[in-house]
Design a protein around this ligand. Structure first.
Ligand code: NI
Length: 191
């Protein structure tokens, strides 16, 4: 089932999300719905608060970016990418040089800006079978994981922008909150 994606301005996007238990009601269905919703909106990652659930859960598919273009493997070192579910994740370490990449967010449509993030993320989490994993990710996978992890901490990529840039975006952000934006996927607007 495709779920509406919560737009910028909804307080759930500013909530520090809570861990879940393995008996969380309807977890398998929720994860399946998150994949379906992410693919329907051409996303590469989706976090639970974006579908209005303040829980520590996100999904990432960087593999589709490598499948889409052979150039991706030349540019990024994490080929063939990952398709992974992250439950109750904790970032243990951020390492490597910071690099810029133009990010966007399904909750903040039509805005893309360069964000600087460290190259490597070491993260402990449970997968969809509640198997515990600790993995160091690099490249595009590390980039998307850090973006989605921010979501479950109530943080958004625009928080990294310089105050002037943020100010220049204010009216666009206000429009998104009011639903005055054209998107080709299902969204729910706060006002
Ligand atoms: Ni996002």
């Amino acid at each position: 089932m495709i779920l509406p994606i919560v737009a910028y301005g909804n307080p759930v996007l500013r909530t520090k999300c809570e861990d879940i238990n393995r008996d969380y009601p309807g977890l398998d269905k929720l994860i399946a719905d998150m994949w379906e919703t992410m693919y329907a909106s051409n996303g590469v990652g989706l976090a639970a608060p974006q579908i209005n659930k303040a829980i520590r859960l996100f999904v990432v598919d960087s593999a589709q970016m490598f499948e889409a273009s052979e150039d991706t493997a030349e540019e990024f070192d994490d080929a063939p990418g990952i398709k992974e579910v992250f439950i109750n994740p904790q970032i243990l370490q951020l390492n490597g040089e910071e690099w810029d990449y133009e990010e966007g967010c399904l909750s903040i449509p039509k805005i893309r800006e360069d964000v600087s993030r460290p190259e490597l993320v070491t993260i402990k989490y449970f997968n969809e079978n509640f198997e515990e994993k600790t993995v160091t990710y690099s490249g595009l996978s590390a980039r998307i994981i850090q973006h989605e992890y921010d979501h479950i901490e109530g943080k958004l990529f625009i928080d990294y922008l310089k105050p002037l840039k943020r100010k220049l975006l204010k009216s666009k952000l206000d429009d998104i909150t009011k639903g005055k934006v054209r998107v080709d996927y299902k969204m729910s607007f706060p006002k």
